[in-house]
Design a protein around this ligand. Structure first.
Ligand SMILES: CC(C)(COP(=O)(O)OP(=O)(O)OC[C@H]1O[C@@H](n2cnc3c(N)ncnc32)[C@H](O)[C@@H]1OP(=O)(O)O)[C@@H](O)C(=O)NCCC(=O)NCCS
Length: 190
């Protein structure tokens, strides 16, 4: 079991009790807006929780989901997703979601910084990479606060089925020396 603790958050695997909290944000069209994700049904959420309740942080070639729990009340407030690339597992792709009602409190930055610190320190990760719709300013603001650099601008590379058109994306990248948080990233590992 992986547990990473930050001042306000606990990063852990999913648990059955997360269902209602997960449905709050995984059914919210605003949260899913710039991602190729469909809103979750209750059944899908149950399967997702089951699948990601017994993960391990070294699976190669599959997306792994990490729950973000607020320590003050145990509420699931969002999730992080990571993917060790099959062709080069020392490069990891990352994504994140936070419940809309709780956005703007620094939670995504705190959670992602802690997980990234863990990957660099304990999983021999060389680089973190993130693909973002150019309209998703909150998302790339989080990445830039952490220290990610904008490395590429992909022209009309993503078809947005809601708008029925092609949109540009940025690729962001982070090397250990780019990270803004002081080492060892102020998180506790249990
Ligand atoms: C991206 C997301 C996870 C950020 O979560 P969060 O907990 O609100 O993030 P933080 O509070 O750590 O930081 C958000 C930053 O974006 C800024 N921001 C928010 N909306 C913005 C906008 N429309 N334009 C520009 N900046 C914006 C905030 O002001 C804050 O920056 P600041 O600290 O300099 O003020 C959240 O918005 C979300 O879940 N979005 C939908 C899912 C998504 O698109 N995920 C990314 C897929 S890669």
């Amino acid at each position: 079991m992986m547990n990473i603790e930050t001042p306000r958050l606990l990063l852990r695997w999913f648990q059955a009790r997360d269902l209602a909290d997960m449905l709050e944000y995984r059914t919210d069209p605003e949260v899913l807006r710039y991602q190729t994700l469909d809103p979750f049904s209750r059944e899908h959420a149950e399967e997702f929780i089951d699948e990601h309740s017994r993960n391990s942080l070294d699976k190669i070639g599959a997306w792994m989901q990490v729950a973000i729990e607020r320590k003050s009340d145990g509420k699931l407030i969002g999730d992080l997703a990571i993917h060790f690339q099959s062709e080069e597992p020392r490069i990891v792709e990352m994504g994140f979601n936070i419940n809309r009602r709780l956005q703007g409190n620094g939670y995504a930055t705190e959670a992602a910084t802690a997980l990234i610190g863990f990957l660099f320190q304990h999983r021999n990760v060389h680089k973190i990479s993130c693909l973002v719709d150019v309209r998703n300013a909150a998302s790339f603001r989080v990445l830039e606060k952490i220290g990610f650099k904008r490395e590429a601008h992909l022209r009309k590379s993503y078809f947005d089925a809601i708008d029925g058109d092609w949109f540009d994306e940025y690729i962001y990248g982070l090397l250990p020396e780019d990270i803004n948080a002081p080492k060892p990233y102020s998180n506790k590992i249990k």
